[in-house]
Each structure stands twice: as C-alpha cells, then as structure tokens.
Design a protein around this ligand. Structure first.
Ligand code: CA
Length: 518
C-alpha cells in the first residue's frame, strides 16, 4: 500500500503487506511531525527515510509486522503515527529448526522461456564463460607478491599480443600454510580453491604457482597434475624449483607458462549460447529498508525469469535467511532438499555459537541508519531476491553448483566471502543489490550492481549499473525493473562491461576458513 497519494510530491509511505502494522517513509529527507501520511494517520514525531511508522496503536509487547512477518515486539506503547525505532523494537528468538514445513509449498513456475540467448565462451566441460580470462591459482599466500608482479608483467608484456583474452587474474588468498590442514572443516577452503580454479570464465586453462614446502601441496589441491601442453593441462610453476635461480628466473618461468595458456585462450570466440548456460550468483550488501521493496523483489522477478529460461541461479547469506527458514523449507522442491537447507543452517548456528554470537551479529550501523531495526527485518528484505521459484538444490560452502534452477548456496553474508564461494560454485555472472552503496567488484566475474534508492544511484552514477529506486517512487513496477535487469544481464554476459569493470575495481578473494589457524 502506498500512503496518501495526492500527486508526485505528496508524502509517501509504503506498507509491504496488507497485514502489516508498520510502513516505511519513502521521502528522501524523511518526514516531519504533523505530516499526514495516510487516512487518519499523522506523524507524532519526525521519521527518517526508510524508517517505520506505526499504522495502528501498539501496546507494549504487541507484535510488529512487516512483510507479513513478526519482526519484533513493541518495547513500549507507540501511538498510530509513532516512530517504530530500533530502541522501541524487541527482537524475537530465531525460529526452531525441528518443526519446519518440508516441501509443502513449492510454487509452480510459469511456462518455460525459450529463445533467450547470450554470446559466451563454450568450455570443454559444458560450462560457458562470460569472460575469457587467464587465471593463476596460488597454493599459498607466500607466493602472492611474486604472482602480483608476474600478473603486472603479463598484462603489460603478453596481453597486447593476445587481443581475444580479456585479462589475467591472480587468485590471491591467505590459505595454504600455517593452517590446520587436516581439521574437519579444512575441506571447505580447499575445495573452494579447487573449484574457483575451475570457474567457467577461466576456460579450463588454469595455471598454478606454488612455493614448494607448503601444507597445501598442488597435488592435494588438484590431484595428479595433467601434463603441460595438452588441452586442459594445468601448468605448474614451483618457486623453490632449483631451476629458478633468482627472482627474474621465477618471473620468466611464470611468463613462459602463461604464454602457452594465453595462446589457447586467444583462439576462443564468443558463440550464441542459451540462457540456460548462465550461473547467476545473487547477493546484497549495505542493505536498507528499501532493499526488500525495490532492488531485491525486482531481482527476484529476474531470477524467476532466468529459472524459467533454464538457468542456474543462486541465493545465499545464511544469517539473512535464518529468520525466514520456514519460507525456504516450504519452497524446497523435495523434503530432502528442505532437510539439506536445515542442516546447513544448523551447522551455521553452531559455527556462530562457537564464537559466542548469533545471527544478530550480522547487522551494521549502515543497515540501521537505513531503517533496518534488526536481522529479522533485514532477512525478510534479503530473502525476496530469491523470487518465487521452488528451491531445486543446496550448495554447501566451496562446492560446485549442480543446476539448473534456483539453488540455495549456503554461505556467510559477508560480501567478499559470499562472492568468493559463489565463484567457487561456478557463477559466471554476479548481481549485487545495495542500499547504502558499495564499489564492490570481482576481477574474474562481472558484477552488476543495483541500488535500492535513486539518490545513491544518482550520486554514484558511474558505480551503480541499475537504479531500482524508481519502484519506490512509483515510476516503474517491480516487473519492469526485473525485465530490465534480465536484459542487462544478457548484455553483460555477452561482454558489455559493468561499471566496476570499466573502472577496474575489484575486491580480493576471501576464502571461508572455519578451521583453526596454527
Ligand atoms: Ca552480502
């Protein structure tokens, strides 16, 4: 529901669901006390943009509903038109995991969408790249400085000779040694690194730089190495190899190996591929109260269209679905998939408890300034990016996704850790929604950034790809922006650079390592 609409400049509030007893203020500067916002409701005090107004009088202890979900209880009496601030809202307990609906509400999909294509790079393993990149995997952080130097030299000295290669990426990380490599949770970072190296955007041409004495030996990362020279071979450079006499010899060895991979990558060309070859990772960062009514539902609509076109689409962020777990387990395609979702979130509850926190450790000062009072409200806005498709599978952290369909990739909500794990899952396109704004980008996978409000989209005109704020002002519908996002996804998958790519902005990989450091 929109509040009193008397023209484009009228004060505007948005209630998400008819059963909700709060709405949020849309106006950029908030609204002052005395503003009439709906029939019979006048603001009792100033309410900032994105923050909540009570639509009915609330007694202490009354349930506060947004998204038709109890996001907390009133800490004190609040009149109709009162400001439901963070301090006036008591957060509920997380829902129990032992009595959840299992695959009771798998939503029917619309009819299949055919003839949706993009121009991609077909790989021998059946996956499709949206970029044609040389990746250099590292087995241990010790080699990072050398690899960074080599990447710079490759970019300047070799890439100009290979115009069909989009770039070179050093897969830098802080794992590999000084870690408890046989700990029960160590397979998570190890399989993450293994699967990142197989990302479709690297064309099966991954090369590896190792030190030699580290715990994560290259054989442990990849199994017996294929010989160099053959198609799909993994080129290995070991810095401690006696043949490398001095730094320049190391660099020359890396450049020689890179050149052989670049020759093969350079012969590749984009060809028409069905949208079913897309593996889209979705996440949000710097969320605000608009995330759940503009950018995320529009992305959810785009996600439904992608699923109908046969694509694989992942949503993630454990702490941002934990309070909505009953929605997910009900939407699971089978009871077994529902049980896998529960198992992942149960493991994550215990992971957080080991650090003496719970899912409420997620929210940031920016979330709260943006109107999100607690993790329950944040989760309800985050989860809508999953659209309405049945959940067809679960991806454990570091595993490769097996689509098609909508998958729950169980990752932390940290932008960098989530992006890294979705890369390992095989994502070839990333869509990132943001309320407060972030310059986030990845070197290996194009990231389309979507703003929840028009104000940051205007200010960051060269950093934000899509303005979903036009939904809040009524200038466009969720479906219109969702279709616009899908069209942009196909263009970007076909090679159109994103804002972050144009500016060459990218964040480092962040491996999820729940195991001890030694
Ligand atoms: Ca995130």
């Amino acid at each position: 529901m929109a509040g009193r609409i008397e023209g484009p400049d009228a004060p505007r509030i948005i209630r998400v669901h008819p059963a909700d007893n709060v709405a949020i203020v849309v106006d950029d500067l908030g609204l002052p006390a005395g503003t009439g916002v709906a029939a019979g409701i006048t603001l009792a005090e100033r309410v900032p943009q994105g923050h909540k107004v009570a639509l009915t009088p609330l007694a202490k202890g009354d349930a506060v509903r947004r998204y038709d979900t109890v996001i907390g209880t009133a800490a004190e009496a609040i009149p109709a038109g009162g400001y439901v601030s963070e301090a006036r809202l008591v957060m509920p307990e997380a829902p129990a995991l032992d009595d959840l609906p299992l695959a009771t509400r798998p939503s029917p999909l619309g009819p299949p969408i055919e003839d949706t294509t993009f121009e991609g790079y077909r790989n021998r393993d059946g996956s499709v790249g949206t970029r044609n990149l040389l990746a250099i995997t590292t087995t241990v952080q010790c080699v990072s400085g050398v690899v960074e130097h080599a990447v710079d030299r490759i970019r300047r000295e070799l890439l100009p000779r290979f115009p069909n290669v989009d770039g070179v990426v050093g897969l830098d990380h802080i794992y590999g040694c000084g870690v408890a490599i046989d700990a029960p949770d160590a397979p998570i970072p190890i399989r993450t690194l293994h699967n990142i190296s197989r990302n479709p955007n690297f064309g099966g041409e991954t090369m590896v730089v190792s030190l030699g004495c580290e715990k994560l030996q290259s054989e442990r990362l990849f199994g017996p190495l294929l010989p160099m020279g053959g198609d799909g071979g993994i080129g290995l450079v070991t810095l401690q190899d006696p043949a490398n006499v001095g730094f320049e010899a190391m660099i020359a060895s890396i450049l020689r190996t890179a050149e052989r991979h670049l020759e093969r990558l350079d012969r590749r060309r984009r060809t028409s591929c069905p949208a079913s070859a897309l593996v889209v990772g979705m996440q949000c960062g710097g969320s605000d109260a608009f995330s759940g009514i503009t950018a995320n539902p529009a992305l959810g609509h785009a996600s439904d269209l992608l699923v109908r076109a046969g694509a694989t689409v992942m949503f993630s962020e454990n702490t941002e679905v934990r309070d909505g777990i009953a929605q997910l387990t009900a939407r699971a395609a089978t009871p077994d998939i529902a049980r896998r979702i529960i198992a992942e979130l149960d493991w994550y509850d215990r992971y957080l408890a080991r650090g003496s926190v719970d899912r409420s450790a997620n929210t940031t000062p920016g979330n709260k300034t943006g109107g999100l009072s607690n993790i329950v409200e944040k989760a309800m806005g985050s989860i809508v990016k999953s659209g309405s498709a049945p959940i067809a599978g679960v991806v454990a952290p570091g595993e490769r996704a097996r689509g098609p369909g909508l998958l729950y990739a169980a990752t932390p909500a940290s932008d960098f850790v989530c992006g890294t794990l979705q890369m390992a899952a095989g994502m070839n396109l990333h869509v990132f929604t943001t309320g407060r704004g972030t310059p986030y980008g990845l070197a290996a996978v194009p990231v389309i950034k979507v703003a929840t409000r028009s104000d940051p989209a205007r200010r960051w005109h060269d950093l934000i790809d899509v303005d979903a704020g036009i939904i809040a002002t009524g200038a466009a519908t969720i479906e219109e922006v969702g279709r616009q996002m899908l069209a942009l996804m196909l263009e970007v998958a076909s090679g159109k650079p994103t804002c972050a790519e144009k500016l060459r902005l990218w964040n480092q990989l962040a491996l999820f390592n729940p195991a001890p450091i030694t």
